[in-house]
Design a protein around this ligand. Structure first.
Ligand SMILES: C[S@@+](CC[C@H](N)C(=O)[O-])C[C@H]1O[C@@H](n2cnc3c(N)ncnc32)[C@H](O)[C@@H]1O
Length: 214
């Protein structure tokens, strides 16, 4: 799987994509990540990627042509999915991440400013994704979220594939009792006794009950 990121802030990705499991997966050739500066596909001296909105309004809008050229130069084919990020897009969930993991290439377009000329959503992107009902400064954080969620669905990315899809139950580790001072009093924080019982049927039942945080 190849992820191709189109952004005007390529340095944002430094660090995040070169640490931990994402770094390992790239070393092993499980995933590849290309970071492309959109300004490379501009033709003017100032490398302009934005312009004023038609009809008036505040701020600037990202132009179609550099994005069109960038996507075309990354040679999308039938096994490519072109994704635009927008808070108005379809909300990302686990099912979407799994579906996207079946493509050979994802081209991820990061918006900035007041957004992206709508023709990118209409004619260039295959789908428009939001990572939640809030407005971010740009699509870069959304890109990182998608890369991480999708990568976890790719065989070999994490050691125990069965844990890739699970929304885990509550977890505890050593020590069995932790003492903390709260409001001048010592509180003893204990691990639920059932988890120390060795009774696997009871543990399984407890885990099912303690799946979601409230
Ligand atoms: C400041 S936002 C633009 C907000 C604009 N009013 C709109 O509705 O698209 C700039 C860019 O950040 C990205 N973005 C912001 N919020 C997002 C979200 N919740 N999910 C995905 N991308 C988001 C998009 O790429 C967007 O074009």
């Amino acid at each position: 799987m190849k992820f191709d990121i189109i952004t005007i802030f390529p340095n944002i990705f430094d660090g995040f994509l070169t640490e931990s499991l994402l770094a390992r997966a790239q070393k092993l050739g499980i995933i590849k990540i290309g970071i492309h500066n959109l300004r490379k596909w501009t033709t003017d001296r100032h490398q302009k990627v934005d312009d004023k909105p038609f009809g008036g309004g505040v701020g600037m809008v990202m132009k179609v042509e550099p994005i069109f050229k960038a996507v075309r130069s990354l040679r999308p084919d039938k096994k490519t999915r072109v994704i635009l990020f927008s808070p108005r897009g379809k909300k990302l969930d686990q099912k979407t991440a799994k579906r996207l993991s079946k493509y050979q290439q994802l081209i991820l377009i990061c918006g900035r400013y007041e957004g992206v000329d709508e023709r990118v959503a209409e004619y260039i992107a295959n789908e428009v994704i939001s990572i939640g009902d809030y407005v971010l400064n740009g699509g870069e954080v959304a890109t990182i979220v998608v890369i991480e969620a999708v990568s976890r669905m790719i065989p070999g990315f994490i050691a125990k594939q069965e844990s890739a899809l699970k929304f885990d139950h509550a977890q505890y580790t050593r020590p069995e009792i932790v003492e903390i001072k709260k409001g001048g009093k010592i509180k003893r924080l204990k691990v639920p006794a059932v988890l120390l019982s060795g009774d696997h049927a009871k543990i399984e039942k407890w885990r099912k009950k303690h799946g979601a945080l409230t």
